[in-house]
Design a protein around this ligand. Structure first.
Ligand SMILES: C[S@@+](CC[C@H](N)C(=O)[O-])C[C@H]1O[C@@H](n2cnc3c(N)ncnc32)[C@H](O)[C@@H]1O
Length: 530
């Protein structure tokens, strides 16, 4: 596997897009995280019935891939079993006792557990997309296939690679085993965020941070944990389905077991390295958010009712279900968003089941292609955070221009990642060129060129997007969703920078900021669903 493939399968590999502009309307397609999800997008967020049909087809393929994992992985396991079975007896008996049948049994168990996890994830499909009956449809299709052609797989190898990449990302973003990878990039970003956009009591939860290419949502959640309002954006159904499950289904810490590298049979140091389990989520997202809650004290009435309940010991305090309870009863995000402090109100229950108000951090995800979802916003974000994302652009100018437009003057862009351009394709006769027009547009700029475009003097052709480079560094070696025990890991020397959009707040010299067509408030409202 080349470095490029490794990164693709671990990240861009998940980048199957929501087709046809699903989620053009940032308000409609908002996926509410740790809140009851807002209704799925209506047909109006898709341009034509034909596009909607394509979208449904794509979603059906994704759902099918989730459901077909164990069949695909099982066939690979069978291949290994058959090949090992062909070993002459005098070779086979030289292997350690836990090799062969016991090892393959372990492997099979891992596949079964992974399938259980994927089944649970895909059950939430209707929560993130207009998907009535789609699960049923996929199941019927698979049942038909099992009868007619039991050894055929409906899912393309490319989509199955995305399932594998999704499992790898679970390790990266939501397991203890991924802590090292997260520390190497998320912590660098978060430290810079806190340094350049300090949080204090006056602005806690009010400064708005956007994280495009949010993957499974861990980075945006960490941003919220530092005292910001944060929105993640993601266009891959593989990622969106899984993040919806991990973030919204109230899973307690380490309650789910999966085997992220079960498909690997090469570069294993020890027998069984590919079936090492990880427990996800390493922390409960609800707990993390709860730590950030700002609770209003109970009213007098509530206080006395509470006291009565306690005295009479009429009700047991629910144990270990606090955050989940809150999520179950929570109103839709932002329904009563408090403009003053950036926290949305929702009803929650205290230990004695008495409703009261608490203020939850502003955290959401939007589903859709970054440029489309945020195409109309202007100057309404305090910070943009891109982690392993910049190189997902076919034409990186478009991302730079959009990020510049989205930031308020003085707002900061923090980037961390390599430049492994996802749409480069395989060259003139390479694979994929005809499949997606983005392969035909891909432009691969060096860091020097990107930097010049951002900061160079206008007379020299650069500086078009008017950023001040505040910090610039190369960080490495960094891995991406890599098996820490494997003999083969791709390492990156990532470019990390902090850049500020030129022009201080209210700087009247910033023509774009003052442009009459800039409907800042309207766009903020729509994106944050307030
Ligand atoms: C390499 S992953 C990085 C994920 C996460 N930021 C991390 O560091 O773990 C890039 C993510 O961006 C998403 N992505 C790529 N292009 C996108 C686009 N144009 N709009 C929205 N999401 C995109 C992919 O689906 C993928 O989940």
């Amino acid at each position: 596997m080349t470095g490029r493939d490794d990164y693709q399968s671990g990240s861009g590999g998940c980048g199957e897009i929501l087709r046809s502009g699903f989620g053009k309307n940032g308000g409609n397609c908002e996926q509410n995280v740790a809140h009851r999800p807002v209704p799925p997008p209506t047909s109006t967020s898709l341009a034509t019935p034909e596009e909607m049909h394509k979208e449904q087809q794509h979603l059906l393929e994704v759902v099918t891939a989730f459901l077909e994992y164990s069949k695909f992985a099982g066939m690979e396991l069978e291949r290994r079993w058959v090949h090992l079975g062909r070993l002459p007896e005098h070779y086979a008996k030289l292997l350690p006792p836990h090799s062969l049948a016991p090892a393959l049994r372990e492997h099979r168990k891992a596949i079964v557990d992974n399938q259980a996890f994927l089944n649970a994830v895909v059950r939430g499909v209707h929560e993130i997309a207009p998907a009535e009956g789609i699960l049923d449809q996929a199941q019927k299709q698979l049942a038909r296939q099992a009868t007619l052609a039991p050894r055929q797989i409906l899912t393309s190898p490319a989509n199955m690679t995305k399932i594998y990449a999704t499992l790898h990302s679970c390790m990266r973003e939501w397991s203890e085993e991924g802590a090292g990878e997260r520390a190497a990039c998320f912590d660098v970003i978060l430290d810079a965020l806190v340094e350049f956009l300090p949080v204090d009591d006056s602005n806690r939860g009010r400064q708005r941070v956007l994280v495009p290419g949010a993957g499974l949502g861990r980075l945006p959640l960490e941003v919220v944990g530092r005292g910001y309002a944060c929105q993640g954006n993601e266009f891959s159904y593989f990622m969106l389905l899984t993040s919806n499950f991990l973030l919204n289904h109230g899973e307690s810490a380490k309650s789910l077991r999966l085997f992220p590298f079960a498909e690997q049979s090469c570069n294993l140091v020890r027998l069984g390295d590919n079936v090492r389990p990880v427990l996800v989520p390493d922390v409960s997202p609800a707990e993390m958010l709860r730590e950030r809650e700002v609770e209003e004290g109970p009213t007098e009435e509530e206080r006395s009712a509470n006291a009565k309940a306690r005295d009479g010991r009429k009700r047991e305090a629910p144990r270990g279900r606090g955050p989940e309870m809150k999520l179950e009863v929570g109103g839709e995000k932002g329904e009563d968003r408090d403009e003053e402090d950036g926290y949305g109100e929702q009803e929650c229950h205290d230990a004695a089941h008495l409703p009261r108000k608490c203020l939850t951090p502003d955290f959401s995800m939007t589903a859709g292609e970054f440029l489309e979802v945020y195409g109309e916003q202007r100057g309404c974000w305090d910070a943009l955070v891109t982690c392993f994302f910049l190189d997902t652009a076919p034409v990186v100018f478009e991302y730079m221009e959009t990020i510049h437009r989205l930031l308020r003057p003085g707002g900061i862009w923090i980037n961390f990642g390599p430049l492994l351009y996802h749409w480069k394709g395989g060259g003139p006769m390479g694979v994929g060129e005809e499949e997606d027009e983005r392969f035909r547009r891909s432009v691969e700029l060096s860091w020097e060129e990107i930097r010049h475009v951002m900061t160079g003097q206008e007379g020299e052709g650069g500086g078009a997007f008017r950023f001040d480079m505040k910090r610039e560094d190369f960080c490495g070696p960094v891995t991406y969703a890599a098996d820490p025990t494997s003999m083969m890991r791709t390492v990156y020397d990532c470019v990390f920078f902090v850049a500020a959009k030129k022009g201080g707040e209210g700087d009247r010299g910033d023509a774009e900021w003052l442009a009459p067509q800039a409907p800042v408030q309207g766009n903020v409202k729509r994106a944050l669903n307030i």
